[in-house]
Design a protein around this ligand. Structure first.
Ligand SMILES: Nc1ncnc2c1ncn2[C@@H]1O[C@H](COP(=O)(O)OP(=O)(O)OP(=O)(O)O)[C@@H](O)[C@H]1O
Ligand SMILES: [Mg+2]
Length: 305
């Protein structure tokens, strides 16, 4: 066993789970596990769908790589369990994970910190649909507060459609929000060990970067370098670092941003456990900074040492 492998010890890769992003997490976990094999680091794959506590007690990992997306894995709950068990883990802690998962409270934090994000309102059965649309500029995005992969989202212009969009989003989370629709370009910025990696600009032929555009379409294009001027790229990376830090996030993550009609950057959300398949966005950004997939996995683990 080499020195590094000895220092790291057995890594439990937590993956799968029961969120709506289970399939993506299985793919992320497999990719991480394969990288650990190549790096000769001892590892055990742990599907947290059943009896995670018993499995952790059996495996006794020295540390855990969290490759879980969405609720139960990215929202602070598994992080809390690992804190109780005193098992070190990759990525953000309990509070930062919970805040980042909850788009509504995350945006409240950003507003409080003076960071730019599109106007938004919480929706419930009492909401005035017409007023909501008027206040938010006539065109809005309705989304479940705690979901991922664009699940449950609808773009709405007509008050008649707003109730249906709200009901649809509510199937995925108790809390639903509406956000002013941004019409500019879309970017995502990976963060690794306290530094932002080069931004990726995403373009799609779909109405927005929806589930299909994310995982199935071959019409979605990823531009890295982003095409921004040096100063604008710096501005974007600084904004994303500040957004990440304002929630208390650590280790690694990915910040999603869009520009408004004036070209101003607006924060969409932070992912504290972004996708980790070979064609996911963080590995793409790492690659453009000459960091291989295996080195990326290692850096994420080293940040937890
Ligand atoms: N206010 C907005 N205006 C225009 N498009 C938006 C807006 N909010 C979200 N979108 C589109 O919907 C996509 C998904 O939104 P968002 O990143 O908020 O949710 P998510 O489902 O958590 O995403 P992820 O898969 O990155 O976890 C964005 O990538 C963007 O294309
Ligand atoms: Mg997103």
């Amino acid at each position: 066993m080499n020195d590094l492998a000895r220092r790291i010890g057995r890594v439990g890769v937590l993956y799968g789970g029961v969120s709506s992003e289970r399939e993506i997490s299985l793919a992320s976990g497999d990719a991480v596990g394969e990288a650990l094999q190549r790096l000769s680091i001892e590892n055990t794959m742990i599907d947290v769908a059943d009896n995670v506590l018993t499995q952790l007690e059996d495996v006794k990992p020295a540390r855990v790589f969290i490759a879980l997306h969405g609720s139960g894995g990215e929202d602070g709950t598994i992080q809390g369990l690992l804190e109780c068990l005193r098992i070190p883990y990759t990525g953000s802690g309990v509070v930062a994970s919970a805040l980042a998962m909850d788009k509504l409270r995350c945006k409240l934090m950003w507003r409080g910190s003076g960071l730019p994000t599109a106007d938004f309102l919480r929706l419930d059965s009492e909401s005035d649909w017409l007023a909501t649309l008027e206040i938010l500029g006539g065109e809005i995005v309705v989304k479940p507060c705690r979901e991922g992969s664009s699940i449950g989202m609808t773009i709405v212009q007509d008050p008649q459609d707003l109730r249906d969009a709200w009901r649809h989003a509510k199937e995925f989370d108790k809390e639903v929000m509406a956000e002013r629709r941004l019409t500019g370009d879309e970017y995502t910025v990976a963060i690794l060990d306290g530094k932002a990696l080069p931004a990726i600009r995403i373009s799609t032929d779909s109405e927005f970067y929806d589930f299909d555009a994310k995982y199935h379409s071959n019409q979605t294009r990823y531009h890295c370098p982003s095409g921004l001027s040096k100063n604008r790229e710096r501005e974007l990376l600084d904004l994303c670092m500040n957004a990440f830090k304002s929630l208390g996030c650590r280790g690694w993550g990915r910040v999603d941003v869009m520009t408004d009609e004036n070209g101003a950057f607006c924060l969409l959300e932070v992912n504290t456990v972004p996708g980790m398949t070979s064609h996911s966005l963080v590995p793409k950004a790492a690659n453009s900074a000459d960091i291989s997939f295996d080195q990326l996995v290692l850096k994420i683990i080293e940040a937890s040492l």
